[in-house]
Design a protein around this ligand. Structure first.
Ligand code: NAI
Length: 345
């Protein structure tokens, strides 16, 4: 049995976690959950939203599944999600964006993946007041972080070629931020040129590399999202594009996500804790479920058979209008949706 750290989360977290546990049990997935929690609900007990034992558990098990956590708005409280990524050096945020039949959206046939640098840029947290009337936030971009995320994105193109993902597009604003975004673009271009000089692009002649300025990229994603395959972006643009792209395929409730480092990985629902519907039993568990499916394909688990089986059951259930939750236009509760997935396994 492979042990996996399970972070229960705040708000709707416990409800959608229950759905994953029930489906994995019904599918007889050989995973033992090591349950723990972080966020606002453990603050009082441990004096921190990210207790050391949570980090230790993830470091030991190397794989974690995480439900959303509340970060109180205001000064002095660091986002748990940002802290987790930094502490464990989870430098790649991966968001597959795929059209799902049965989930209404303006587009069809979208199948792309966003690879976002997760550790620096304006998220470095170096911010201060300059006197009373100005504030400054510092954007950090390094060659090391830029080149390792470019390599990660390139590997995604290589590994996922079987799914016809053969175009790598790097996003930046290097025309204005010549040093920071300029360095990010330069490192990506250097890496691709390295692959080219090794004859890689001759071997796979359909591989393409290009770049887009972030504003133009937003327009092109809205006009023809189906033309993109792997999108590589620094932290802030990647964050914004991730939600924009989730909107293209039906919203935050159905898109999965992962934070990946060399040693460990944390798979997570990309939406928040949805306090407005918490405790009502109507939350849509699809985002966490599809993240759990991604997790089964992690290098430390590699249970492709169950990943394919559970994914197929989720997709089949989403096509049944009577099975889906309120946010998708249905009337089913979280558990009714869950039970229908189990019936479709
Ligand atoms: P949110 O994603 O929690 O909610 C936005 C809207 O989407 C709400 O109307 C909510 O009911 C709906 N929604 C979200 N997930 C849903 C689901 N699975 N099923 C059905 N409806 C769903 O975003 P919001 O309100 O901005 O943030 C609430 C809290 O979540 C904040 O404390 C924030 O810090 C936290 N948060 C945590 C994240 C994480 O842990 N990765 C990510 C984003 C926000």
């Amino acid at each position: 049995m492979k042990k996996v750290t399970l972070i229960i989360g705040d708000g709707i977290g416990p409800e959608i976690v229950e759905s994953v546990k029930k489906i994995f049990k019904a599918a007889d997935v050989q995973i033992e959950w090591e349950e723990t929690n972080a966020g606002i609900s453990v603050m009082e007990q441990y004096g921190t939203p990210l207790p050391q034992h949570v980090l230790d558990s993830i470091r030991k098990n190397k794989v974690a599944l995480k439900a959303p956590l509340t970060t109180p708005v205001g000064k002095g409280i660091r986002s748990v999600n940002v802290a987790l990524r930094k502490e464990l050096d989870l430098y790649a945020n991966v968001r597959p964006i795929v059209s799902l039949e049965g989930v209404s959206s303006r587009y069809e046939d979208i199948d792309l993946v966003i690879v976002r640098e997760n550790t620096e840029d304006l998220y470095s947290g170096i911010e201060h007041m300059v006197g009373d009337d100005a504030a400054e936030s510092i954007k950090i971009i390094t060659r090391k972080a830029s080149s390792r995320i470019a390599e990660f994105a390139m590997q995604k193109v290589v590994l996922e070629r079987k799914n016809q993902k053969n175009r790598l597009t790097v996003v930046h604003k290097a025309n204005i931020m010549k040093f920071t975004d300029g360095m990010f673009l330069e490192e990506a271009t250097k890496l691709v040129n390295g692959y080219k000089s090794k004859g890689f692009f001759d071997k796979f002649v359909d591989m393409k590399f290009d770049d887009r300025i972030i504003d133009n990229m937003c327009m092109q994603l809205v006009q023809r999202p189906e033309t993109f395959d792997v999108i590589l972006a620094p932290n802030l643009y990647g964050d914004i594009l991730s939600d924009l792209c989730a909107g293209l395929v039906g919203g935050l409730g159905v898109a999965p996500g992962a934070n990946i480092g060399d040693d460990c990985a944390v798979y997570e629902a990309i939406h928040g804790t949805a306090p407005d519907i918490a405790g009502k039993g109507i939350a849509n568990p699809t985002s966490l479920l599809l993240s759990a499916v991604m997790m089964l394909r992690d290098k430390n688990i590699q249970d492709y058979e169950n990943a394919d089986r559970i994914e197929a059951a989720i997709k089949k259930t989403l096509r049944q209008p009577y099975s889906v939750t309120v946010d998708l236009g249905g009337t089913a509760s979280t558990m009714e949706f869950t039970d229908d997935i189990i019936d479709n396994l």
